[in-house]
Write a protein that binds this ligand. Structure first.
Ligand SMILES: Cc1cc2nc3c(=O)[nH]c(=O)nc-3n(C[C@H](O)[C@H](O)[C@H](O)COP(=O)(O)OP(=O)(O)OC[C@H]3O[C@@H](n4cnc5c(N)ncnc54)[C@H](O)[C@@H]3O)c2cc1C
Length: 448
């Protein structure tokens, strides 16, 4: 029997991209396949302001039909980013840039960067689902647990309902209950010690000169400040202070629905002061102005799921941040999209096999690149921690060298195409042997 009913748990980037990729790959083989996405929010909503999409993320969104929907949104569909310029906050010196243009100025394999609000991206994804066959999204469905029963998986939701499928994909983000309650019980996310304090400002409200074209990372010994337009007409400026922030403060300064206004006010004032203390001595006039504005800053603590955990059980696979959340380097969303496309292509190759076959083959092509990406993102992440003046100067001096040294790796990452990666071909003998012998995943990887 082929897979007929797939449950996707979480309607974020990994979840909706997986549903679309599965619809694209499986419908031609199994026309009556049903893909159901379950999202905990009652209505489409996101947390966080704007997201940077790298060339590879844009190419994969185009592959799934999402980029067309984003483009149809006009100014709200985001702004094209040629480069993220990097500056020293202390001296105002330009230190280099992460360039999304190739030598010909056309972007990598035709795509540059894009900064877009998270809600616009989600709405474009939902619009794409509406056109897809065999996919539906159910809102207000919070996963609380589940179990595997024979050749089915049953998922439990907070409202007391259940859903049954042939397999389930845990796409429920860094704190994934699918991971902690079903696949790798008790494996929790860890706080990285660094948080984003974010806000959005109308460009018209700023009087001072803006020193960058579309996007800039302004670095200092007290953290970095990301400043980027996030709409095509450059009316909105997304600002994120990326700072070392104590875990106790994260717990203490949590804004919650129904909280007394006095408590909310005190938290908002504490955030304003935090940003002001760190960046008010900037060499850039516009940063000095931004930190004095009476704007509300919102806290996004950054958590990670370190490598080495389980990615799947018999009928449940983790994708995106649920499997491998890492400190963002402006490209974690791309990993969620890669996961979605690669897994859908693997399942479409083996739709008549138990899902465990596709899970293992998928892991065999995915685990190592993800481990490498985790290592690379963790290395740079620590540069956001508070540091001494000497070390900060050293970072500024060595940054151009770092950018030169890592240029080829960026090019390779941005030219990656999940729709072209070969899916390993497994012979009948190998499959029969593997299933009979209960070979573990590392042996299996060696075999293929
Ligand atoms: C502060 C910050 C800034 C970042 N900036 C960038 C950037 O600029 N560029 C970039 O590429 N990446 C960035 N990232 C990383 C990027 O946001 C993630 O890698 C990406 O969102 C992962 O997608 P996902 O679908 O796996 O998880 P998510 O986007 O977290 O989606 C998970 C979904 O599951 C739902 N869910 C959660 N629990 C349940 C439940 N119990 N039941 C049902 N549904 C549930 C959630 O509501 C959500 O819709 C950033 C991350 C952080 C924290």
């Amino acid at each position: 029997m082929p897979v007929r009913e797939i449950l996707v748990l979480g309607g974020g980037i990994a979840g909706i991209a997986s549903a679309l990729a599965l619809s694209k790959e499986l419908c031609p083989i199994i026309p009556d396949v049903k893909i159901r996405v379950f999202e905990r929010h009652e209505v489409p909503s996101t947390s966080g302001g704007a997201i940077n999409l790298t060339p590879v993320a844009q190419r994969h969104l185009a592959h799934l039909g999402i980029l067309d929907e984003l483009d149809k949104m006009g100014p709200d569909g985001g702004t094209e980013v040629d480069a993220i310029e990097i500056y020293s906050i202390r001296t105002g010196r330009a230190l280099g840039s992460v360039n999304f243009n190739d030598k010909s100025g056309h972007g990598y394999k035709g795509y540059k960067g894009r900064r877009v609000t998270r809600i616009a991206l989600l709405l474009a994804m939902i619009a794409t689902v509406e056109k897809a066959t065999n996919v539906e999204i159910e809102f207000g469905k919070r996963v609380v647990g589940g179990e595997e029963k024979g050749n089915k998986v049953v998922i439990h939701f907070g409202d007391g309902s259940t859903a049954m499928g042939d397999l389930a994909l845990g796409c429920d983000g860094v704190h994934s209950p699918t991971r902690t309650r079903i696949v790798d019980i008790g494996r929790r996310s860890e706080y990285t010690g660094i948080s984003f304090l974010q806000t959005t400002i109308r460009t018209a409200d700023l009087k001072s000169h803006i020193h960058f074209h579309t996007s800039a990372l302004n670095i200092s010994r007290y953290g970095s400040m990301l400043t980027s337009y996030c709409d095509r007409d450059l009316d909105e400026l997304f600002v994120a202070a990326i700072i070392e922030y104590d875990e106790d403060l994260v717990k203490q300064n949590r804004l919650e629905y129904g909280q007394e206004w006095r408590a909310q006010y005190a938290i908002k004032m504490a955030f304003r002061e935090e940003v002001r203390d760190r960046f008010s001595k900037s060499a850039f006039e516009c940063i000095r102005e931004i930190v004095q504005l009476p704007t509300d800053w919102f806290l996004y603590p950054v958590y990670q799921v370190p490598p080495g955990g389980k990615w799947y059980s018999d009928r449940v696979l983790l994708l995106g941040d649920a499997a491998h959340a890492m400190p963002p380097r402006d490209e974690s969303a791309a990993y969620a999209l890669d996961d979605a496309i690669l897994f859908a292509r693997t399942l479409a190759r083996y739709p008549y096999r138990p899902p465990g076959v596709s899970f293992r083959i998928y892991e065999s092509i995915r685990r190592e690149p993800v481990n490498q990406a985790f290592k690379a993102s963790t290395k740079r992440w620590d540069k956001n921690r508070d540091t001494g003046a000497l070390k900060a100067s050293l970072t500024e001096w060595t940054l151009p060298l770092y950018l030169r040294k890592t240029k080829d790796a960026r090019k390779e990452a941005w030219e990656f195409d999940a729709s072209e990666v070969p899916i390993p071909q497994i012979s009948e003998e190998q499959l029969a042997f593997d299933w009979a012998s209960g070979m573990d995943s590392s042996e299996f990887e060696r075999e293929i």
